[in-house]
Write a protein that binds this ligand. Sequence first.
Ligand SMILES: Nc1ncnc2c1ncn2[C@@H]1O[C@H](COP(=O)(O)OP(=O)(O)O)[C@@H](O)[C@H]1O
Ligand SMILES: [Mg+2]
Length: 214
Amino acid sequence: MAAIVAVVSQKGGAGKTSLARAIATAFAAAGWQTEIADMDIDQGTATAWQQRRLRAGTEPTITVRQFGNPEQAISKAGSCDMLIFDGAPKASKATAVMAKAADLVIIPTGLALDDLEPAVALANALVDRDGVPVARIVFALNQTGTSALEIEEARSYLNKTRFDVLDGEIPKKPAFSRAQDAGLSLIETPFKGPREQAAQVIRAAVARFESLTA
Ligand SMILES: Nc1ncnc2c1ncn2[C@@H]1O[C@H](COP(=O)(O)OP(=O)(O)O)[C@@H](O)[C@H]1O
Ligand SMILES: [Mg+2]
């Protein structure tokens, strides 16, 4: 059976698709047969990105398929080693199904309370309502500004919860949006500084996955 990482959030625009693609490229580069289950059937953002990637001939190749429900994705995942759920825009019943099936659940969030509060509410609901183990859920800071104070305050807000925050943060930068426009992932941007920042977060996610599945 494939390992499963679910990237989910309460809100649209938090960075689910971006993180799902970055994690997928990290596992694929390490030799895992990796598939993204694009649960955003209206927009198919991961699917369109894969088409740009294929057109550019970028390696490693990632399979992306759209699914209307997570059960379908899981039952069809037999041929891959790693299934990455790119969650639908908003949390729904399917979010709980993905989270319960996942070895690791990643909730991306920005720094503002408008982002942090729904992220924490979702994590709490996944544990208290759906029985997902606390250790399987982590936050990832994405689309951050440049204020070190704001980053520190967001981290300290999240540190007061039961959940861990992945090391590092991914700033909002054209280096990332333009890379994704070209079919690359956050960790494949040609700009070294941003690439290393994204890589720190993705390495932390991979390390968490490894510790949970060891
Ligand atoms: N770190 C970043 N820097 C710049 N743009 C980003 C970054 N992360 C995400 N984006 C952009 O923000 C938008 C929302 O991100 P996305 O990953 O699609 O979120 P979601 O899947 O949660 O809706 C997209 O246009 C994406 O390209
Ligand atoms: Mg998306």
